[in-house]
Design a protein around this ligand. Structure first.
Ligand SMILES: Cc1cc2nc3c(=O)[nH]c(=O)nc-3n(C[C@H](O)[C@H](O)[C@H](O)COP(=O)(O)OP(=O)(O)OC[C@H]3O[C@@H](n4cnc5c(N)ncnc54)[C@H](O)[C@@H]3O)c2cc1C
Length: 957
């Protein structure tokens, strides 16, 4: 329902289960999570459905510190909030952003990236971004190779952004943010994307038709009410500018008023028990205000910028008939941040367009000629006729290489955004000027720090060096970078991203809300939005704010909001549950998948099991207790699973995967996808052609210790990787998957050399009879050296006998980097002062369940980053490491099916492992031939045939 306080009949409303204050993307994310449920919800919103200057005036602030852009330019009071004018760039926080960093005061969130990651896909979907791929998996996702020469990871890493894309017709006109007095505001419309979704428009119909969620417009919350003790929230007081008033009584209240007003409303809610405002017992409300300040590091004339624009430019991707856009930029690498004690910095290109691209004009003309209303523009014909060479070049690049068309630009700026340092004195307080309700407006004392300027300068120098190294154009530095330290702040303004004013901390003395958004000391009161961020990073805040809001909504829905401790994935209930079908009846289903699916029972519904024979299906059903279906086809047609998990022997995989994909159902398969690369590629191509997700439950890179290792790499703890080694530890394609996961998809394998060494029978002297089969093992070693882009060496030593022979030691896995090593489950670093080796063993944490203990997490200590941990999302369930890995793959399918996310490990990634393994085998067959990668499949086949013929003719291979 959508109502207006000015027209609402009753002044006092009934008690509701939940009151949300604010209908911006954050408030709406929570409200939409309740649509169709039993709980009654009311969303109160100051604004109406149209732009109203008098309402916007309620956002006025007194500026006490560094200048702020005009409030009307950076906040909107209207249904949909500021998303009615935002530019829609989405980017998640990195693992390092959330980690304690000894060189950034007050850093360290009480959350880890694995607490947030599952919410990125639904948040992106709500904001109308594409599939949630924000890291180096982008290349595999797009089906392209990363740039041939990667950034030097000791300096920069690729940063992926996505824009929100308009999918709903706009029904209202909202003036664009404009405030001449603040200057440089064009940077606020920084996404350069075609236009961003207005989340109000997006949500309107669902709210209008909802029976349990009411949106109350023109209802400005003036106070959060509490019981007599002041320790429990009981609702909010609302007023309209036309004089209407109401009291909303609610069991729970969530403030989602934006980065300034969340703090202001808490400060305004004063009562004898809390004279300084609610949640402010320790004078924390309003402190640590941060924003992003945009600054150009330099410019490059448009004609010279092509190579840089291709590297840090747009990529697009079609899925389900929709076009999604990805933009790549660069961030200061974690290693560089730590070594030079720098705040985070992110770079992206800011384009100053000249005119439309000739190819875009041509496309509009062509569509119009075909009778479609393509919105042809006046200059289109001249644009095409006047730039024939550009037209041909862009058409070639687009058709041949799938490269997006480059807009002709006058110049590009290398834009930069350096993270602000949290500062308790940078704050929102109450001012002395009253608003239209007679309440004090916010007083904003926003502070900038010289270390941020140092961050800009250093980033500019590093970027110039890196561009020179890579042969990219180097920007002419902006004059402000050369200014004296005293006036560096002058050209900077905020980016409409106020953060931190009700920051998250588990300690009430250093924050306002806990890790879930619950206000310390006030039951039933929660805060959502960027005001809860503990540090500001460089990520545009809305994606993270919405992800955290969805996480909070999930807790509120499962009624554990007041309970302490982390919300494990397995505790929350999905609606509806993910419908999972199983194909296969072997031991793996019983011993591995059944316990996993039982642990996920609140989110997953197993709809049945089938094998290729009816009798097999019945036997499998008997063994597992699942419903039997006579065949995979019957299972898919009869039970309508959201995903089918195929747990079958490798030899049968290809046929069954094709069959399932042919039935039009998303599939989670097991390794090996196939015994030949060509067959694996066939399955991947089939899935791609049908637009169906194909995940592969490759477990080795997802084992708990492996997750922590990957995190150590991401956090730059090891620095630039020099070598990754599988020393007879992990079976062949699993070992390759591990090596690739450590190195990261941005650094693909580019060369391989391998040899096979045969030693005859091992374990017993020649001629002696082996006592056991193991002692008679024919020992053959496969030794492969892999060169990855960027220089890292991969060593893959493998012998089947190693895992069998009692005389061979257990294998070892090692990752070596410039700054340290991981040896199996230990981190090895050097003491910076004495140079002595410091070895820290990984430590497992356990939770004690009623029957069995379960893994809570795995962690290791680091001198600068404190405790680095991987938290087990399935803590509470007594799963083995392998089962935890499987559970991650199954759980990820919830996002895949519901929110268009990408499987944790795709069929395409599994095919990359196989391609590498095939190249290793080929090199070994050719006695150590040096092979460049990727291998051209046709060429490789011809060479194979040629070698076979030579062998047959008795010539050496
Ligand atoms: C020009 C521009 C470009 C931007 N571009 C990006 C971008 O590219 N990427 C990005 O991530 N972010 C961007 N932002 C920021 C983004 O808009 C905000 O992060 C986002 O809207 C915050 O969502 P929210 O729901 O927390 O707050 P808002 O969207 O600000 O919504 C808060 C709502 O609460 C209401 N409200 C406030 N106080 C009260 C009260 N007392 N009672 C009742 N209702 C109240 C307001 O009227 C408003 O509707 C941009 C902002 C601007 C201005």
């Amino acid at each position: 329902m959508i109502e207006d306080l000015d027209q609402a009949a009753s002044a006092d409303r009934h008690e509701v289960d939940l009151c949300i204050v604010g209908s911006g993307p954050v408030g709406l994310a929570i409200a939409l999570a309740f649509v169709g449920r039993q709980e009654s919800v009311v969303v109160v919103e100051t604004g109406g459905d149209a732009h109203e200057p008098a309402t916007e005036a309620l956002s006025a602030v007194e500026v006490a510190g560094h200048r702020r852009a005009h409030p009307n330019a950076v906040r909107r009071r209207i249904f949909g909030g500021t998303s009615s004018v935002w530019s829609g760039r989405c980017m998640p926080f990195s693992a390092l952003d959330l980690q304690h960093r000894s060189w950034i005061p007050h850093s360290g969130w009480p959350l880890r990236s694995e607490d947030v990651d599952p919410w990125l896909a639904p948040a992106g979907q709500l904001l109308q971004a594409g599939p949630a791929v924000y890291d180096d998996r982008l290349w595999a996702h797009l089906g392209t190779r990363p740039p041939a020469q990667p950034w030097d990871p000791s300096r920069f890493v690729t940063q992926v952004f996505q824009p929100s894309v308009v999918r709903h017709e706009r029904t209202r006109t909202i003036p664009a943010p404009h405030d001449p007095s603040s200057g440089g505001l064009a940077a606020l419309n920084h996404s350069s994307a075609p236009g961003a979704e207005d989340i109000g428009e997006n949500a309107r119909e669902r709210l209008r038709s909802s029976g349990n969620v009411t949106l109350l417009l023109h209802a400005h919350a003036t106070e959060v009410c509490t019981d007599e003790s002041g320790r429990r929230a009981t609702g909010v007081q609302v007023r309209s500018l036309r004089g209407a008033r109401a009291r909303i009584r609610a069991r729970r209240v969530v403030l989602a008023c934006g980065g300034i007003d969340n703090a202001r409303l808490l400060l305004l809610s004063r009562a004898p028990h809390h004279p300084a405002g609610l949640g402010n017992a320790h004078d924390q409300v309003g402190r640590y205000l941060m924003d992003h300040h945009y600054a150009p590091l330099g410019s490059i004339p448009g004609a010279m910028a092509t190579a840089l624009r291709r590297r840090m430019g747009w990529r697009w991707f079609r899925q389900g008939g929709q076009r999604h856009l990805y933009l790549t930029g660069a961030s200061l690498s974690p290693q560089r941040q730590r070594e030079e004690q720098l705040p985070r910095a992110t770079l992206f290109l800011f384009e100053h367009p000249q005119r439309a691209a000739a190819l875009s004009s041509a496309a509009r003309i062509a569509r119009t000629l075909r009778g479609r209303d393509a919105g042809i523009e006046p200059g289109d014909v001249n644009n095409v006729l006047g730039h024939p060479l550009e037209l041909l070049r862009s058409a070639w690049e687009w058709r041949r290489h799938g490269l997006p068309v480059l807009l002709p630009v006058e110049r590009i700026d290398v834009g930069c955004n350096v993270e602000q340092l949290p500062d308790a004195d940078s704050r929102v307080t109450l001012g002395s000027t009253p608003d239209a309700f007679g309440q004090p407006i916010a007083r904003v004392d926003w502070r900038l720090h010289d270390r941020e300027f140092a961050g800009y300068r250093r980033t500019a120098a590093l970027f110039a060096e890196e561009c020179r190294r890579l042969g990219l154009p180097v920007a002419t530095p902006s004059p402000w970078l050369r200014s004296g330290d005293a006036d560096w702040k002058q050209p900077l303004h905020d980016m409409a991203h106020p953060m931190g004013s009700t920051r998250m901390s588990d300690n009430p003395r250093s924050g306002v809300v806990d890790r879930h958004g619950a206000v310390h000391g006030v039951d039933g009161l929660f805060v959502a939005g960027s005001s809860v961020f503990a540090t500001g990073g460089t990520s545009n805040p809305t994606l993270m704010a919405v992800a955290l809001a969805l996480r909070l909504a999930d807790r509120l829905r499962t009624r554990q909001a007041e309970a302490s401790g982390p919300a494990a994935w397995i505790e929350s209930a999905a609606e509806p549950r993910l419908r999972v079908g199983l194909v296969g009846g072997g031991d793996r289903v019983r011993n591995q998948y059944r316990p996993v699916l039982a642990a996920l029972a609140r989110r997953v519904d197993v709809v049945g099991i089938a094998t290729r024979s009816e009798a097999g299906g019945r036997a499998a059903a008997e063994a597992t207790g699942y419903r039997a279906w006579p065949s995979p086809a019957a299972l898919v047609e009869g039970a309508r699973p959201d995903v089918v998990i195929a747990v079958i022997p490798g030899g049968a995989n290809v046929g069954v995967l094709h069959q399932l994909l042919g039935l039009g159902v998303p599939v989670l398969g097991e390794t090996p996808v196939a015994w030949s690369l060509a067959a694996a590629r066939g399955v991947v191509g089939h899935a791609r052609g049908r637009g169906l997700p194909l995940g592969i439950a490759e477990q080795f890179p997802f084992l708990p210790a492996e997750r922590l290792k990957r995190k150590l790499v991401e956090l730059g703890v090891l620095g630039r990787l020099t070598a990754v080694v599988n020393d007879f530890a992990t079976y062949d394609y699993h070992g390759i998957a591990q090596l690739r996961a450590w190195v990261g998809a941005e650094h693909p394998a580019i060369e391989v050399v391998a040899r096979r060494h045969a030693f005859g029978r091992s374990g017993v002297p020649d001629g002696a009879e082996p006592a056991t089969r193991e002692l008679g093992w024919e020992e053959t070693w496969l030794r492969a050296e892999i060169r990855f882009a960027g220089g890292c060496l991969g060593v893959h030593d493998y012998s089947p006998g190693f895992s069998v022979l009692p005389t061979r030691p257990a294998g070892s896995l090692r990752i070596h980097g410039q700054c340290g090593s991981v040896v199996d489950e230990s981190l090895v670093m050097a003491d910076r002062v004495t140079g002595a080796a410091l070895t820290q063993a990984f430590r497992r944490r356990w939770t004690e369940g009623p029957a069995q203990r379960s893994l809570a997490g795995i962690e290791v200590a680091h001198p600068a980053l404190g405790t680095i941990a991987w938290e087990n999302p399935f803590a509470g369930a007594p799963l083995t490491d392998e089962q935890v890995a499987i559970a991650q793959h199954v759980a990820a399918f919830e996002g895949v099916v519901r929110h268009g996310a990408v499987p944790l490990y795709t069929g395409a990634e599994a095919a990359l492992d196989m391609a590498l393994l095939e190249a290793i085998t080929e090199s070994a067959d050719r006695d150590g031939a040096r092979l460049g990668l990727p291998r051209q499949p046709q060429l490789a086949r011809v060479q194979r045939i040629f070698r076979a013929l030579r062998r047959r003719a008795g010539l050496a291979a």
